[in-house]
Design a protein around this ligand. Structure first.
Ligand SMILES: Nc1ncnc2c1ncn2[C@@H]1O[C@H](COP(=O)(O)OP(=O)(O)OP(=O)(O)O)[C@@H](O)[C@H]1O
Ligand SMILES: [Mg+2]
Length: 243
């Protein structure tokens, strides 16, 4: 995997038509670390990821990758730059097999042009995600929620990103499966040194694996600190984090 990079958002203003969802949001995600982005419904977490990955165009602000400003033109170009976005909802293509889902993911992404390159990427995915290897010829429709989440993450990793943006990977999963997904996120950071921005409503689980946490409320950053410090801040937890 290529060297991971830090990611910074600086003063992002973004929204939808009349709705301003981010009022000048700045975050800094250190290279190789897990940065949790927390906050209630409608806080702007998803919008932040969309703005960083080129799905929506910020009205103001900058995005820096490895300290260098990136001109955000499109999601494809951001993927080429090394930012992989896994949207919420565990969206796999149900009528294709696990392997076909991975192959489609690679087609949509750059840097995996030759046949042997693609074979190597599949090998890597199957080594890391053993349950997917066992189910490679099964339709994605037959996967459990946890396996689907694994598949969308595996698909994002085939592009060899420098930064992985995860939107609510634990949503809708049973507690045991949720813990497995969090373990996987931790592994990707600790073993592969990947930079991860982890958006979660489940603040308790996210802070248990994160190095740093950022709390959004109504499109503004209301706290940014070490994960441990946030988890220890009772007032903040009650106000914004729901635990
Ligand atoms: N497609 C859209 N069109 C109009 N407004 C939107 C759209 N998507 C989000 N919004 C609004 O933008 C604000 C931020 O929403 P966003 O989805 O970023 O929040 P979130 O923190 O991801 O919430 P959740 O925890 O529910 O996923 C909200 O006020 C929301 O209603
Ligand atoms: Mg969201």
């Amino acid at each position: 995997m290529p060297a991971s990079a830090s990611l910074e958002a600086d003063g992002l203003v973004a929204g939808y038509g009349e709705v301003v969802a981010l009022h000048g949001v700045s975050i800094s995600a250190a290279a190789g670390a897990i940065t949790a982005v927390l906050g209630a419904n409608g806080a702007g977490k998803t919008t932040l990821l969309r703005a960083v990955s080129g799905l929506i165009r910020p009205r103001r602000g900058r995005v820096l990758l490895g300290g260098e400003q990136v001109a955000i033109r499109s999601p494809e170009q951001m993927a080429r730059t090394g930012v992989a976005h896994v949207p919420e909802g565990q969206a796999v293509i149900a009528e294709l097999t696990v392997e076909e889902n991975l192959r489609v993911g690679m087609m949509a992404r750059p840097g995996r042009r030759s046949r042997s390159d693609r074979a190597a990427a599949l090998d890597q995915a199957y080594q890391r995600f053993r349950p997917l290897a066992q189910r490679r010829r099964k339709l994605a429709a037959t996967l459990s929620g946890g396996e689907r989440q694994m598949l969308v993450i595996a698909r994002a990793l085939t592009s060899q990103p420098r930064v992985l943006l995860l939107d609510e990977p634990s949503l809708g999963l049973a507690p045991r499966v949720m813990a497995q997904v969090m373990d996987l996120v931790l592994q990707l950071s600790r073993e592969n040194g990947l930079t991860i921005v982890l958006v979660e409503q489940n603040a308790r689980s996210a802070l248990a694996v994160a190095d740093h946490g950022v709390v959004l409320n109504l499109g503004r950053v209301v706290a940014s600190a070490d994960a441990e410090a946030l988890a220890a801040d009772v007032a903040l937890r009650h106000h914004y984090l729901g635990f």
